[in-house]
Structures are given as C-alpha cells and as structure tokens.
Design a protein around this ligand. Structure first.
Ligand code: TRP
Length: 363
C-alpha cells in the first residue's frame, strides 16, 4: 500500500515557532526522508471560515501568509503538494455523505471541539458548519487515502473520528477507504512550546508569539523579555528550570554544535542547566545564547522568505497547480465513493439495462 501523508493548518494567522517545532520542522524532515509516496499539505481555508464566516478578508490574507511560511520552512512544491481546501469541492461533497455516518452526540463528545466552543463563547449559537468541521476533516484526510496524519495531540479526536467513519463506511458500502494513523510530535518540548510570557501556549491573542517572519531584531527583543525564574534575582542565586521559558526553547531548538559555536564554555545543554541550577549563571547569558540558536535556525527560512516575498505571483501559481493536482486526486476517490454508495447513475452501464429489463419483465 502507498504511504501517503495529509496534514494542514487553518489560515487564521501567521505561523510561529510553536508551529515550527510542533509540526513544520517534522513535515520537512518527512518530506525529505523519501519514506512517503505522496505528501499533501492543505491550507484549510474552508475550515477557517467555519468560525470566521464574517471575516473573509482575514482568511484570504492568511492563506498567502501561511503559504509563505510553508515555503520558507522548506516545504518544497516539487515534493509536496501544497493546496487550498476550498479549491477542492470534492471535499465538501464527501463531508456531506460522511455526515450520515456520525451522530450529533458523537461530535458533542469531541474534547477539542468542546474547548473551542468554550473559547469562542459559542455555547448557544454554534454555527452548524463549525460543529461539523471534524466530519469535514475526515473527508480531507480520506479523500487522499492518507495513511499518516502528522498533527499535534489536540487533533487526535479528529483522527479517531476519521477512523470510525472509515470503518463504518467500509462496513456499509464495501472496502473503499483507508484508515489513517496519527503521527504525534516526537519531542516532549515540541508538543507545546510556551509563549514568551511562559504561558502554556503561543497564541496570537495573548501576544506572546515569535513568528517565523519576525526579523532578527524583533526576535532579540522578544527573547530578552522572556519570562524566566522569578526567584533567580541575583546571578549567584540557584536557578530553577521548571517553567523557565528560555530553557524550554533550548530543549526544543539547541544542539551540541551550537555550544561549540556560541558558548564554548559548555559542551551541551545539560552542563548549562547544571550551572544554572547551581547558581552563578545569569539569564542574560542564556538568552543571548538562545538568540544565537534561534537566529541560526531561522536564517535559512528568512532567506527563502525574502525570495518568495519578491515572487508572489509564483506563490499563487504553486497554490493553483497544487490545488489542481489535489483535486484530480480527490476526484478519483470520489468516483469510488459514489460507486460504492450506488449514486454513480450515469457511470454504471449495467444500471439502465437492468432497470429496463425489470420493467420489460413486469409487463
Ligand atoms: N484542524 C486543523 C487545525 O486546526 C487543520 C486541518 C483541517 C487538518 N483539515 C485537516 C489537519 C486534516 C490535518 C488533517 O490546524
């Protein structure tokens, strides 16, 4: 069986370091590993509209932002199909059929949807489209016969639901669809990179993000203002690592080679941590090191971004080509689905003859 990846993001904001360590970096590794036959990365504009119906301009702007973030992160359109969800109408059709296979109470139990409803204060006024997005996500995944879905843990309930829909579909209509597997991030620090203020998650509304598109200057400013250890007042004081934002970032980003280049007094992060805990190491030194590590990491991204920002029509062309290719792929699955569901009236040559014979006999 072919190994196929599908994943994506809602275009509701620029991508930040949390996205980079949580998903983007991994996607690029998977893309370059040669282990997968096909890779699809989707800009989920239709899903973004499920809770931004009154803000189409925001979604439109962020489609290009996210595309630039993808390309600068190293997603290579020669190897990965980058496409826009709304440009593949087959996905909406498939979602419509899947809705018959899922109960309202099943979606109501989805913990991610529950949290989102609370966060958005929807309680009594949940848009039907928003409520159904987990079902539509199942169609995003299965239309491409994806075997592997690399996502964060918050997406686990969607993959679970997808597997249930696939099992039910195949049971009722015959084997047609592929059950996908979730692929979670492999590094603990990457699962949830905190914001620069030390709060649980980077989020645009909290203003605690470092964006992939930030300049070196913005980045330095943000790192210098990072939340560290409030008990570590004087350099000589013993410091605490728990909840210490720069150290959490170092866990996610730094490699031993970075020490040789930027902080040769230490061989690795363990030595740096030991010194900090013992006392005698200031936050300024740690932050300066982190700035160097982050700049080195982001430099290749900044170079690619500078190119694509000067070639915006080329970016739209990549999205258009990708969407056409994605559409052709999804169309093949939809043909199989319609056949299995017996709604392929004009493609089944035996149907007309059979019906004609039945009525001829009845005469
Ligand atoms: N729900 C995902 C997010 O919030 C975006 C998404 C839509 C997605 N369809 C998908 C992710 C299919 C993986 C597979 O970012």
């Amino acid at each position: 069986m072919e190994k196929i990846i599908l994943t994506g993001d809602r275009p509701t904001g620029k991508l930040h370091l949390g996205h980079y360590v949580g998903s983007l970096r991994r996607r690029v590794e998977l893309q370059n590993s040669g282990l997968f036959d096909k890779i699809f990365v989707m800009i989920a504009d239709a899903q973004a509209l499920t809770d931004n119906a009154d803000n189409p301009e925001k979604v439109r702007q962020n489609v290009i932002e996210v595309a630039l973030d993808y390309l600068s992160a190293g997603i290579d359109p020669e190897k990965t199909t980058i496409f826009i969800q709304s440009q593949v109408p087959e996905l909406a059709e498939l979602a419509f059929y899947y809705m018959n296979l899922v109960t309202v109470s099943r979606v109501q139990r989805n913990p991610t949807v529950k949290t989102e409803i609370k966060m958005r204060n929807f309680e009594q006024s949940i848009p039907v489209g928003f409520f159904c997005y987990p079902v539509s996500q199942a169609s995003d995944i299965t239309a491409f016969k994806a075997t592997t879905v690399p996502v964060g843990e918050d997406q686990a309930p969607m993959i679970e639901l997808t597997r249930e829909i696939v099992a039910r579909f195949n049971h009722i209509y015959g084997p047609t669809l592929v059950e996908p597997e979730i692929m979670l991030p492999d590094n603990e620090a990457c699962m949830r990179l905190p914001g620069t203020d030390g709060k649980a998650k980077m989020s645009k509304s909290l203003g605690n993000c470092i964006y992939l598109s930030d300049t070196a200057k913005d980045l330095a400013k943000k790192v210098k203002s990072m939340y560290t250890d409030p008990l570590h007042v004087n350099i000589e004081d013993p410091g605490h690592l728990e909840g210490n934002t720069p150290f959490i970032y170092l866990d996610a980003f730094c490699r031993d080679e970075h020490f040789a280049t930027y902080l040769p007094d230490y061989a690795n992060l363990d030595e740096l941590k030991a010194h900090y805990t013992r006392g005698g190491l200031g936050d300024g030194t740690v932050k300066k090191f982190l700035i160097n590590v982050l700049n080195e990491t982001l430099e290749p991204l900044r170079e690619r971004r500078a190119y694509y920002e000067q070639h915006i029509p080329e970016v739209y062309e990549i999205l258009k080509k990708g969407s056409e290719h994605a559409r052709a792929t999804a169309a093949v699955t939809l043909d199989e689905v319609r056949k299995a569901m017996k709604i392929d009236y004009f493609d089944d040559p035996s149907l007309i003859a059979e019906q004609a014979a039945r009525y001829a006999q009845a005469k």
